[in-house]
Design a protein. Structure first.
Length: 244
């Protein structure tokens, strides 16, 4: 009798485990669907992650129904990425509406749909400085806007537009006049350094990249050099936007 009770208990455990596995398998493979409330393109806007959480998804659309595919990218793995949102979609799931953005990184190598609450507006220092570094070695050209050649303000304009979707005024003087000035003690990577005869005679601009250095376009092309170089007269600094 004792052995029969043990066997009975063991069989019940096996059956219960089997049902659990089967049930889990069905649940794990059940596709999540939602109804499209609205969808549209949007003015390209840059975002960074709000916290180290959130996934992007692949969404399959059929008529007014959306099926959530596999999770594709976890924001925790992208701490220094600037994302650009170009499309938006409001979906109804379980009686509630949720707004999703279609996002991609600057190089468009990582993309997907994500719940908008995982993002906040802005751009990252790493993206701006990284874009500036990609232009190193390109030649100087007066009036050059890139991507093959630059003058000084052409470089800063190009970098901010492509790294942070931020449109800067075209000339160094206009950039200096437009943005909030910062002191050397508050200088951050991505800030702009301005040079010239005076505040009303700005003739050169570069992007501060840390350690007293900047990336700028000058006669020798796009290079990294010290801000305190003797051939430049520093006038001041300005911050086009706050970077995360």
């Amino acid at each position: 009798m004792h052995h029969w009770q043990q066997l009975k208990t063991g069989l019940l455990m096996v059956l219960s485990l089997g049902l659990f596995v089967v049930g889990f398998g069905v649940s794990a493979h059940a596709a999540t669907t939602a109804t499209i409330v609205s969808q549209s393109s949007m003015t390209p806007t840059t975002y960074v992650r709000k916290a180290a959480t959130g996934w992007t998804y692949n969404l399959d659309t059929s008529g007014s129904t959306v099926t959530f595919g596999a999770k594709s990218h976890y924001l925790a793995n992208y701490p220094s990425t600037t994302w650009e949102a170009t499309k938006k979609m409001t979906l109804k799931k379980n009686g509630a509406n949720y707004l999703y953005y279609y996002i991609s990184n600057v190089g468009n190598t990582v993309h997907g749909w994500i719940l908008h609450g995982y993002l906040k507006a802005g751009a990252t220092t790493a993206t701006v400085v990284g874009m500036a570094k990609k232009e190193l070695g390109k030649p100087y050209s007066y009036g050059g806007n890139g991507p093959s050649a630059f003058d000084c303000s052409g470089l800063t304009t190009y970098v901010y537009k492509n790294a942070a979707d931020k449109t800067l005024p075209r000339t160094a003087q206009a950039q200096y006049n437009t943005y909030a000035h910062v002191s050397s003690s508050n200088l951050k990577q991505g800030d702009l350094a301005f040079f010239g005869g005076s505040t009303s005679s700005i003739s050169h601009v570069g992007i501060y990249v840390g350690d007293g250095k900047m990336i700028d376009a000058q006669n020798y092309g796009v290079i990294t050099e010290a801000i305190s170089a003797p051939w430049w007269h520093l006038v001041g600094y300005a911050r086009p936007m706050s970077l995360s």
